[in-house]
Design a binder for this molecule. Structure first.
Ligand code: ADP
Length: 495
């Protein structure tokens, strides 16, 4: 098996900076690739919270001053070096304080909108990759980039660096974690990021109704494209899920692959989880009860043994199905359940969640916060987990839930289809409760099925165990991704 040199770019990497699932993937996949003997190195921006001392980051003399051209300016950045925790994966951190020394990764907390200079931030990030590689004199076979925040890499490679000998053998893979976020900026952006000096005009697919679209630029030029589940790979070719890019994606269908994300089983494993009240395993499930009790106490809510505690951890975004939850709330509350919600995000969704808490005291609790620790406690302490997402490229929480013996209740979409098997309690099969169309009634019906199954302890335990037995580790996913990498080398995929 050929070994590859891979530079992996992500704007968030756990544990350094996390907004959503991309961070988890970027923190885990490179380790799985390293275990498979690839030379994989990560590059991310250095945000304010990433302290040198905490992560043992060091200066590299050669990388202390890198001159990066951007539009008509040259920006001098530096790159520091460290490792992904508990691994030998080298991580590089782009340091440029005027653009990155901020607490929030994407959003200006004052306006709750993206930072005004996001177009510059993530163009600089992409161009630094090239300039850093030259200084390092390291020629990767592949630059693997993620979402719009690094999707200018394939674009630059096919334009600015097209004739650069150094990159003649370098290919690109762009992974879509969420097609709805595209990085769309005004036309002047092209000038500012140096896209106007290259053979590039208004007919180029990067243009989007007179604006400059970063993700489109990447999708049009990447050698390979992947997304994070096979079902989402099919869905994005349709107008319903294509976020306006289904037409372009249709033209790139031949290089589009769906590879399911894995989960970091060192981080998300009830047997060794440091955050939870009591560790437990598939053999000693009784210990899960201690986590349930601890969660109820921490959230200051009561639930007897016949009441199902349903957890929900999510970015508070329209995508995640909160409109459905709101519509279904009254009927849901007729059932013996309590709802424990953890999330931050859109203000309108936040208000809606607060409204539910007010309307159903003692039945719905919410923490409007980002807390990794509480997320672990909810996965361990809840009886079931809710994910009514309108669309879901892969979704990680349903996999965490299954690993924690907390059957998920999910809408049959994207990666949720590929990971959750609908339970048949009488037969003791399946790992969760799936509803197949996006409607409040269907959601209520799925929760009803879960509540019924919950009454039958034997069936419920079987469903818990079925989920816990599933292997969601990165091994299988990394292997599948390797097959995609091989395509970039023109090597035949076997098996
Ligand atoms: P997405 O990437 O669309 O946000 P995923 O399910 O792929 O959705 O990944 C979300 C990740 O972010 C999970 O690890 C989840 O636990 C975490 N997460 C989301 N919101 C919060 C929060 N408020 N506090 C802690 N973790 C959160």
């Amino acid at each position: 098996m050929a070994q590859f040199n891979i530079l992996y770019l992500s704007s968030e990497v756990f544990p350094f900076a996390k907004v959503g699932g991309l961070a988890d993937v970027a923190g885990a996949l490179p380790k799985a690739l390293k275990d498979r003997e690839h030379d994989v190195r990560v590059l991310m921006p250095k945000y304010k919270k990433i302290r040198d001392r905490k992560y043992n980051l060091r200066e590299v003399i050669r990388l202390r001053e890198i001159h990066v051209p951007l539009g008509d300016q040259t920006i001098t950045v530096s790159v520091k070096s460290g490792f992904l925790p508990d691994s030998k994966v080298q991580a590089y951190f782009l340091e440029y304080k005027p653009l990155f020394d901020r607490a929030d990764v994407y959003v200006d907390p004052k306006t709750k909108e993206g930072w005004e200079d996001n177009h510059l931030r993530f163009a600089l990030f992409a161009r630094t990759a090239f300039e850093m590689l030259k200084v390092l004199f390291w020629q990767p076979d592949l630059i693997h980039v993620n979402d719009w925040t690094s999707s200018l890499v394939p674009f630059y490679l096919k334009t600015v660096y097209k004739d650069d000998e150094f990159f003649q053998n370098t290919r690109t893979l762009l992974t879509i974690h969420n097609l709805a976020y595209q990085g769309v900026f005004s036309a002047e952006t092209a000038q500012q990021i140096g896209a106007d000096i290259i053979p590039f005009d208004e007919t180029h697919p990067a243009w989007d109704n007179g604006n400059f679209n970063y993700l489109k630029a990447g999708l049009a030029t990447a050698d390979l494209i992947s997304t994070v589940s096979p079902t989402y790979a099919r869905e994005i070719l349709t107008p319903e899920f294509g976020s306006g890019l289904d037409g372009l994606l249709q033209t790139r269908k031949d290089v589009l692959h769906g590879v399911l994300n894995g989960i970091d089983v060192d981080e998300w494993n009830p047997e060794v989880d440091k955050h939870i009240a009591k560790n437990y395993t598939i053999e000693e499930l009784d210990n899960k009860a201690a986590n349930r009790a601890a969660l109820l106490e921490e959230m200051d809510i009561e639930a007897d043994d016949d009441t199902m505690v349903i957890g929900l951890i999510s970015r508070l975004a329209t995508q995640k199905g909160f409109d459905l939850l709101e519509e279904a709330a009254e009927k849901l509350m007729e059932m013996p359940i309590v709802l424990v919600i953890l999330g931050t995000g859109q203000s309108d969704v936040e208000e809606m969640v607060k409204g539910l808490v007010e309307k159903y005291p003692g039945r719905v609790v919410a923490k409007i916060d980002f807390s990794d620790e509480l997320a672990h406690k909810i996965e361990a302490g809840a009886d079931a987990f809710l994910m009514p997402s309108h669309y879901e490229p892969c979704g990680l929480n349903q996999m965490y839930s299954m690993a924690y013996g907390t059957p998920p209740i999910v809408h049959a979409v994207g990666g949720l289809v590929d990971t959750v098997e609908n339970a048949r309690p009488k037969k003791k099969t399946g790992t969760g409760f799936v509803f197949d169309s996006y409607s409040a009634d269907k959601l209520v019906d799925a929760v009803k099925r879960a509540v019924e199954a919950f009454k039958d302890k034997e069936a419920w335990t079987a469903i818990m165990r079925n989920g816990m037995q599933r292997d969601f580790s990165w091994n299988a996913s990394a292997e599948a991704l390797e097959d995609v990498y091989k395509l970039s080398m023109g090597e035949a995929v076997t098996g």
